[in-house]
Design a protein around this ligand. Structure first.
Ligand code: FAD
Length: 174
């Protein structure tokens, strides 16, 4: 998003909580390269930033860390939390998401969950299109063939940064 906005001509400041960008997906050298690419496109990259609050006293939005800086607008991209209220109302077991077993079944054998909302036994939520599509196809086959002893397992996949002018030199980490 920062990359797109900068290319479109906006002044962008990127606050990141960790000491390097995409620390879960990139090796340190590529994090440094990504930072350089973003900075070359005009993005001001601020690392080790813990934002304590946002406020909008007037027209501008204030981003408060150790100091207060004002911007025209703020985009927050810091992960997601599944809506599990319906599952809770239905009495299902919920952790980070709706807990399912290896056959995507909740603790009610007639209720299944997949996608962003499903938490697999390894504690992971597979919140990307490719594994979710795999879950959907797997589940359809599971219902049709009734092969109870098969288990869904995630396909091999990696995430990829869509940043103008950036190509990682090392493979992305899963
Ligand atoms: C900004 C952004 C960028 C992304 N980019 C990528 C990407 O590049 N590549 C990639 O692989 N993935 C990407 N993702 C992740 C991907 O979009 C999601 O993992 C995927 O859409 C999740 O699909 P889903 O069907 O599980 O959930 P959703 O797509 O969230 O669908 C859930 C649906 O259920 C509906 N719903 C919720 N509660 C109820 C209710 N009580 N009754 C009826 N309907 C209800 C919602 O309205 C919604 O339509 C991105 C996500 C975001 C937010």
């Amino acid at each position: 998003m920062a990359s797109d906005l900068a290319v479109a001509g906006d002044n962008v400041t990127l606050f990141h909580v960790m000491d390097r960008l995409m620390e879960r997906q990139l090796v340190p050298e590529d994090s440094i390269l990504l930072k350089q690419v973003l900075e070359n496109s005009g993005v001001s990259v601020l690392l080790n930033q813990t934002i304590s609050s946002l406020s909008k006293p007037q027209e501008k939005v204030a981003v408060i860390t150790d100091i207060t800086q004002e911007f025209d607008a703020v985009i927050v991209a810091c992960g997601f939390q599944p809506h599990t209220e319906l599952a809770v109302q239905a009495g299902r077991t919920v952790g980070r998401g709706i807990k399912v077993n290896d056959t995507l079944q909740t603790d009610d054998e007639s209720i299944y969950a997949l996608g962003d909302v499903a938490e697999l036994p390894n504690g992971k939520l597979y919140a990307f299109i490719l594994p979710i599509r795999s879950q959907a196809i797997w589940l359809a086959n599971h219902f049709v063939t009734e092969q109870e002893f098969q288990r869904w397992s995630p396909p091999v996949f990696t995430t990829k940064a869509k940043v103008h002018g950036f190509e990682a030199t090392q493979p992305y980490q899963v």
